[in-house]
Design a protein around this ligand. Structure first.
Ligand code: C2E
Ligand code: MG
Ligand code: MG
Length: 599
C-alpha cells in the first residue's frame, strides 16, 4: 500500500533537492554578479577621481557629462557630473558653478544644438573630435578650441584644449603664404585660390570680372642700371600707388617679378574697365624718384573679362597676359582688351621660336661673307660675316627675319656663340689651306654683351682655332652703344686690349653724340646705307662729309655701307671716305665664293 506513496515521496524529495540546488546556484551567481557590479562601480568612481586628479594640473579642461533621458529613452539634456578646475576656468566659472548644471542651463539655440550634436556623435560612435571656432555666445575664454568627447559607459568624458595660439600661428603662416613679402600685396598663390570663388560669385549674380595684367616696361634695365635695392623700391612704390588708385574692394596682386594684376569684381561695362586701366597708367605718369634721380617708367596693361574672355581662372590670367604682350609689341605704355587674334599671333611666334631653337641645335646656319674695299685702290680690305638660315623647306632665310626673334627670346646667346664659332672655324680652314686672310667682322647683339661673357667666348674660340686676334673684328650697332652701361664698356675695352678691332655699325641711325663716340674709343665707323643713298644730292653729301670729318678727328676709319653705284664710289672718294661695302662691290657670298675675291 505504501509503495505508491514511497515512490511519490522519493520523487518529490528528488525534485525538492534539485530545485534547492538550482536556487542555491542561482543565488550564488547573483551574489557574484552583484559583487562584480559593485566593484566595477567603485573602480569607475576611483578611476574618475584619479583621472580628474591627473588632469587637475593639466592645461586641458576636463568634464564628465551624463545624458539625461526622458521616459522614452530620448536624451533631452546633458548633466555636468564632474569637471576639473581648468574646465571651469575656461568658462570663467568656479567648479561648483558648473557641476550639477546641464548644458541647457548655459546654452540656447544654435550653440546648444551644436554642443548636443557633438555629444550625440560621441555616444553613437564612441568618440567625437573637432576644432571649434569660438563665438561670442560660447562664453569661452579662448578663440579656438580642440573639443574631444569619448564615451565611457553611459557617460561622456570631454576634454577641451585652448588652441587659439596654434591657430593664430597657422593663420599667420597662411597669410604669409598668400602674401608677397616685398610689397605686402596678395600673391599669385592668393589669386589662384581666390579667383575661382570670385568667378562662382560672378556667375551667380550675373556680373563681370576684369583682370588687368600690369607689366612694367623696361624693369630689367632699371634693375641692372640702378641695382636691386632701387628695383625693389620701385616695385614697392608701384604697389602702393596701384593700391591707392583702385576702389577699396578691388584687389591689387603681385604675381612676381614686375607683374601685377588688378582684380575688379563687378567690373561693369568696358567703358568702366577702361577708366580703371587709364587710372592705373596714370600711376606711372608721375615718374619715380630712385637713387636720387627722377625716372620715367611706363607700364603695359592687358585686360581680360569674365565671362567674355574665359570662364576659368587660368584662361582669364593667360588671356590678360597675352593682351599685355600685344601692348608690348605695339610700343608699350598702353592698355588693350584681349582679342582672339592676339592668341593666334602669339602661337605663331611660339612656333617660330621652337623652330629657331631646333635650327640652332641642328645648326642649319651658314655664314655669308661680304667684301669691304679700300676706296683709293679698290683692294679688298676685309669682309663682314652675315648669317643665313638654310631652312630645310623654306630655303635661305634672311637674318632680318629671325635675328629680332632671336634677340627677344634670348636665343641670340646660343646663336651668337655658334656664329663666332663658325667664323673662327672658317678662318682656320682658309689659313690651313694657305689662302690669303683678310679680317672678318662679326655682328654682335647687345644681349650677347649683357648676358654672356663675350671676352671668354672670343678668346676661347681664338685659341681653339689658332686665330690671330687681328683677323676678327666686332660690329656693334650705334643703338647698342646708346644703352651702354659701365659693365659693357669694360668688356669692349678688354676685347680691344686682346687686339680685336671694334666697328660701330649702322652709324647715323642711333643719334649718338660726339662725346659718347669719343668716350668709347672705337676703331671703325660704318655709315648706314640710308645715308650712303643720299650722297648724290647736296644735303646728303654735307651730312656724310660731316660724319667722315668727325670720325677722322676721332682717329676712326670710315666705311660707307650699301654702296650701289660707281657714282657713289667716286663721291665717297672725293669725300675722303676710307672704305666701301655694298652690292656694287659684291653681294654677300658663301665662303668659297667670297674667298675668290681675295685670291
Ligand atoms: P648689317 O650688319 O648692317 O649688315 C648689312 C646688311 O646690308 C646686310 O643685310 C647686307 O646684305 C645688306 N647690304 C649690303 N650691301 C648692300 C647694298 O648695297 N644695298 C642694300 N640694299 N643692302 C646691302 P643682311 O645680311 O640681310 O643682314 C641684315 C642685318 O642682320 C645686319 O645688318 C645685321 O644687323 C643683322 N645680322 C646679319 N648677320 C648677323 C649675325 O651674324 N649676327 C647678328 N647679331 N646680326 C646679324
Ligand atoms: Mg654689320
Ligand atoms: Mg650695317
Amino acid at each position: 500500500m505504501l509503495a505508491h506513496f514511497e515512490s511519490e515521496r522519493s520523487n518529490a524529495l528528488a525534485n525538492a533537492y534539485w530545485n534547492t540546488l538550482g536556487l542555491a546556484v542561482f543565488t550564488l551567481m547573483a551574489m557574484g554578479f552583484a559583487h562584480v557590479l559593485l566593484r566595477r562601480k567603485s573602480e569607475l568612481e576611483s578611476a574618475r577621481i584619479a583621472y580628474r586628479a591627473a588632469t587637475e594640473e593639466g592645461v586641458d579642461g576636463f568634464y564628465i557629462n551624463r545624458p539625461l533621458r526622458d521616459k522614452d529613452g530620448r536624451i533631452y539634456d546633458y548633466l555636468v557630473v564632474d569637471c576639473n578646475n581648468r574646465g571651469a576656468e575656461i568658462f570663467k566659472l568656479q567648479r561648483h558653478d558648473l557641476i550639477g548644471k546641464t548644458i541647457s542651463d548655459f546654452y540656447q539655440g544654435a550653440v546648444k544644438e551644436a554642443a548636443f550634436a557633438r555629444l550625440q556623435e560621441a555616444l553613437e560612435k564612441g568618440v567625437h573630435e573637432s576644432e571649434v571656432k569660438v563665438s561670442e555666445r560660447d562664453r569661452l575664454d579662448a578663440e579656438w578650441i580642440n573639443y574631444k568627447a569619448v564615451r565611457s559607459g553611459d557617460d561622456l568624458a570631454v576634454t577641451i584644449r585652448d588652441i587659439s595660439e596654434n591657430k593664430a600661428h597657422l593663420q599667420e603662416l597662411e597669410r604669409r603664404g598668400n602674401e608677397d613679402a616685398l610689397t605686402g600685396l596678395p600673391n599669385r598663390h592668393w589669386i589662384q585660390n581666390h579667383l575661382p570663388s570670385a568667378i562662382a560669385r560672378a556667375k551667380e549674380s550675373n556680373t563681370t570680372i576684369a583682370l588687368l595684367f600690369v607689366d612694367i616696361d623696361g624693369f630689367k634695365a632699371v634693375n641692372d642700371a640702378l641695382g636691386h635695392t632701387a628695383g625693389d623700391e620701385l616695385l614697392k612704390m608701384i604697389a602702393s600707388r596701384l593700391k591707392r588708385t583702385v576702389r577699396p574692394h578691388d584687389h591689387v596682386v603681385r604675381l612676381g617679378g614686375d607683374e601685377y594684376v588688378v582684380l575688379v569684381e563687378g567690373a561693369g561695362r568696358d567703358e568702366d574697365v577702361k577708366r580703371v586701366a587709364e587710372r592705373a597708367l596714370n600711376v606711372f605718369k608721375e615718374g619715380f624718384h630712385l637713387a636720387s634721380q627722377n625716372h620715367t617708367i611706363g607700364a603695359s596693361i592687358g585686360i581680360s573679362i569674365y565671362p567674355r574672355d574665359g570662364t576659368d581662372a587660368e584662361t582669364l590670367l593667360k588671356n590678360a597676359d597675352i593682351a599685355m604682350y600685344a601692348v608690348k609689341k605695339e610700343g608699350k605704355s598702353n592698355y588693350q582688351f584681349y582679342q582672339h587674334h592676339f592668341y593666334e599671333a602669339l602661337k605663331n611666334r611660339l612656333n617660330r621660336e621652337i623652330e629657331l631653337r631646333r635650327a640652332i641645335e641642328l645648326d642649319e646656319f651658314e655664314m655669308y661673307y661680304q667684301a669691304r674695299v679700300n676706296i683709293q685702290d679698290r683692294s679688298a680690305s676685309s669682309m663682314e660675316a652675315l648669317v643665313r638660315w638654310n631652312h630645310p623647306t623654306k630655303g635661305i632665310i634672311s637674318p632680318i627675319e629671325f635675328i629680332p626673334l632671336a634677340e627677344s627670346t634670348g636665343l641670340i646667346l646660343p646663336l651668337g656663340t655658334l656664329i663666332i664659332e663658325k667664323v673662327c672655324q672658317q678662318l682656320s680652314v682658309w689659313a690651313r689651306a694657305g689662302k690669303s686672310i683678310v679680317p672678318v667682322s662679326i655682328n654682335v647683339s647687345p644681349r650677347q654683351f649683357n648676358e654672356s661673357n663675350m671676352l671668354d667666348v672670343f678668346t676661347s674660340a681664338l685659341t681653339r682655332y689658332s686665330i690671330e686676334p687681328e683677323w676678327v673684328q666686332i660690329e656693334i650697332t650705334e643703338s647698342m652703344m646708346m644703352q651702354e652701361t659701365g659693365h659693357d664698356v669694360n668688356v669692349l675695352t678688354s676685347l680691344r686690349d686682346v687686339g680685336i678691332k671694334l666697328c660701330l655699325d649702322d652709324f647715323g641711325t642711333g643719334y649718338s653724340s660726339l662725346s659718347q663716340l669719343q668716350e668709347l674709343d672705337l676703331d671703325v665707323l660704318k655709315i648706314d646705307r640710308a645715308f650712303t643713298a643720299t650722297i648724290e644730292n647736296e644735303e646728303g653729301k654735307v651730312l656724310v662729309t660731316a660724319m667722315i670729318m668727325m670720325a677722322h678727328a676721332l682717329g676712326m676709319l670710315v666705311v660707307a655701307e650699301g654702296v650701289e653705284s660707281e657714282n657713289q664710289m667716286k663721291i665717297l672718294h672725293e669725300l675722303n671716305c676710307d672704305e666701301a661695302q655694298g652690292y656694287y662691290i659684291s653681294r654677300p657670298l658663301p665662303a668659297h665664293q667670297a674667298q675668290l675675291l681675295f685670291s
